[in-house]
Structures are given as structure tokens and as C-alpha cells.
Design a protein around this ligand. Structure first.
Ligand SMILES: C[S@@+](CC[C@H](N)C(=O)[O-])C[C@H]1O[C@@H](n2cnc3c(N)ncnc32)[C@H](O)[C@@H]1O
Length: 257
């Protein structure tokens, strides 16, 4: 099926940052009982749903998203995953009771994250876990020097734009989970710094990621920066000197018994 650049980006993230994803999924899997019921909130292309099914083959997985294209992608990728179309900013449909809720890079999209977290609490069985995985910083790819400085200006401007659009990128997730009624059991930070040689998909990951940034900031960067970035995007896919730097945080909350 058609794969938009954004959907491809989500799949590439899992491929290029495989070690991080594998470590987190193994950890999260260890929190669940045998044959758990799992809800994947804002599932995107279903990267998390499929990884959790690989780790916990007897699991029942429900993937929730409001984007029909994402849901179709999940259905085509694994028929064991049940998909539910829902806007998580609205009252949720009955999804529970779940043993485990996985919310990767989705809670920051909600207009009122605490309201969403309270609904997650209601969808869990007592003792069940919510895992929130968030991006503290988006990946950067260019090696140190003037190019990395340019990429830094791009990232700073994108960060500003996300804040203007009301995204909760750097929220205090442990505090918000506690406010919603969770007992916070873990708050881990993963500083990822991959150096060459990188997985083959890294070039395409950089191309889409930087290309999307460029598109969004066309009217917010200087003409010189735009021109330099265009040249970088045009050639980035085949470079062998790229790096991948990003920081992720993973917070685990437990519903009190
Ligand atoms: C950055 S993607 C993350 C996808 C996936 N969890 C992953 O880690 O690859 C965020 C996803 O949340 C979904 N989303 C954003 N706001 C939503 C809302 N209010 N209700 C339901 N889904 C939402 C988007 O459609 C998108 O698929």
C-alpha cells in the first residue's frame, strides 16, 4: 500500500534505532503477565504493536489511532492486531481492561495530556502498567562542523514551531502521570549516539527527516540556510559520514491496586 513519508519515517526510526527499541520492548514486555491485553495508543504504523507481539506472542493487541491511513497500514501488516479509530482528545471508546498500555511519541500530541492519562488509567486493570515513550530531542544526523550548526538552527526553529502548535514536547511526564493517579515506577533517559558505519536505512531516514524540516520551515529560515539545507538534503541519502543523535525518555506508571 501507499506509504507516506511520515509513515516511512516511523518505520525507519524503528529500523535505525533498533537496539534502543529492542531494549525498551524487552523491558516493557517483562512488565506484562502471560497473554496480556495491550493497548497501543497513537499506534502510527504499528511499530510498537508488532514489536510487543514479537516479544509476547500470546498477547491481544489493540492499536488506536485517529488516522485512517495509519490504521490501514497496521491492518495490512499484521491481522492479529485489532485496530480502533478514535480521537484520544475526546472521551475514549471502551478499550479495556488492559494489562499494559504503550504510548510512544503520541501523548505529546494530546491537547490535554492529563485528561488523556486519566482515561488511560481508567482503561487499565488495577496493577496494570502505562509506558510513555517520548522524544526529548528529534534525531540529528550531520557530523560536527558548520553543517551540524545549520542542523542545530533547523532543530531549534522546529522546536519553537512545535511549541507554538501546542505540542507537549518537553513535558514533565512523571509529574503528569502522578497527577493523573499513576504510581511512577521508572523514568529512564536514553542518550542515543550512533556513529558510522550506520545501518543502511540511516541515509533515507536523514533524507526524509531533514526534508520534512526544510519543507516546514521554508518561510522561517534565512535564504542562505535554506539553500545550504536543500543541497544537504539532495545528497544526504548516500553519505557515509552521518551520525544519529537523539534522546528518548521512557516513563512507567502503575495503576494502584
Ligand atoms: C509520532 S506518531 C507515533 C506513532 C507510533 N506510536 C510510533 O512510535 O512509531 C503519533 C501518532 O499519534 C496519532 N495521534 C496524534 N494525535 C492523536 C489523537 N488525538 N488521537 C489519536 N491518535 C492521535 C497520530 O495519528 C500518529 O499516528
Amino acid at each position: 500500500m501507499a506509504h507516506t513519508a511520515f509513515a516511512e519515517l516511523l518505520d525507519l526510526d524503528a529500523e535505525v534505532l533498533r537496539d534502543y527499541h529492542d531494549e525498551v520492548i524487552a523491558w516493557v514486555g517483562s512488565l506484562a503477565p502471560a497473554r496480556p491485553k495491550i493497548i497501543d495508543l497513537g499506534a502510527g504504523t504499528g511499530v510498537g504493536s508488532r514489536a510487543l507481539l514479537r516479544a509476547l506472542p500470546g498477547a491481544e493487541v489493540v492499536a488506536v489511532d485517529m488516522d485512517d491511513e495509519m490504521l490501514a497500514h497496521i491492518q495490512a501488516s499484521d491481522s492479529r492486531i485489532r485496530t480502533v479509530r478514535a480521537d484520544l482528545d475526546q472521551p475514549w471508546p471502551d478499550l479495556g481492561p488492559a494489562d499494559l498500555i504503550w504510548a510512544s511519541a503520541s501523548m505529546h500530541h494530546l491537547a490535554d495530556p492529563v485528561r488523556g492519562l486519566r482515561q488511560a488509567l481508567a482503561a487499565l486493570r488495577p496493577g496494570g502498567h502505562l509506558v510513555v515513550a517520548e522524544l526529548e530531542s528529534f534525531p540529528s544526523f550531520l557530523p560536527e562542523g558548520p553543517e551540524a550548526e545549520l542542523e542545530g538552527r533547523l532543530s531549534a526553529e522546529l522546536d519553537k514551531m512545535r511549541a507554538e502548535h501546542g505540542l507537549h514536547m518537553h513535558a514533565d511526564w512523571p509529574a503528569l502521570l502522578a497527577e493523573a493517579g499513576f504510581t511512577v515506577e521508572a523514568d529512564r533517559r536514553f542518550d542515543i549516539d550512533l556513529r558510522p558505519p550506520l545501518p543502511a536505512a540511516a541515509g533515507r531516514y536523514a533524507e526524509i527527516s531533514l526534508g520534512r524540516g526544510l519543507q516546514r520551515l521554508e518561510d522561517r529560515l534565512s535564504a542562505d540556510d535554506l539553500k545550504a539545507l536543500e543541497a544537504i538534503v539532495a545528497g544526504v541519502k548516500t553519505r557515509d559520514d552521518l551520525v544519529v543523535r537523539t534522546t528518548r525518555t521512557v516513563i512507567v506508571g502503575r495503576k494502584p491496586s
